[in-house]
Design a protein around this ligand. Structure first.
Ligand SMILES: [Cu+2]
Length: 112
């Protein structure tokens, strides 16, 4: 037989095509530059900051993980440090979670 060309030279494809699995790492999205809101974060605008009481008032959009429509409301914050950089009027992305019957903001990122 003539004309048969062996093109199966190796198995490089297997390596080149190894899929990148997208995982949502909860708790550490800080390093991502925020071109868009991370899937588990809501957008909002800071209306009031109360460092002494660890509270923040946010006019927020839909919070999908809490099944909450947009509104203006007061949140507890997990850590006062989150408030140190918070400014009234600032657009943010934030993460809110239910914790012991309260809704607690666990992360705040600069928004657009
Ligand atoms: Cu709300």
């Amino acid at each position: 037989m003539k004309g048969l060309v062996n093109v199966v030279g190796g198995s490089n494809l297997a390596q080149a095509a190894s899929p990148t699995v997208m995982t949502v790492a909860s708790g550490d999205v800080k390093k991502d530059s925020a071109m868009a809101a991370p899937a588990d974060m809501a957008d909002g605008e800071i209306r009031k900051v109360n460092v002494d009481n660890k509270k923040i008032t946010i006019k927020h959009g839909e919070i999908k993980n809490l099944d909450m429509p947009g509104m203006t409301m007061v949140f507890q914050v997990k850590d006062t440090a989150l408030l140190s950089k918070a400014k009234v009027g600032e657009k943010i992305f934030f993460r809110a979670e239910k914790s012991g019957g309260a809704i607690v903001v666990t992360d705040i990122q600069p928004g657009r």
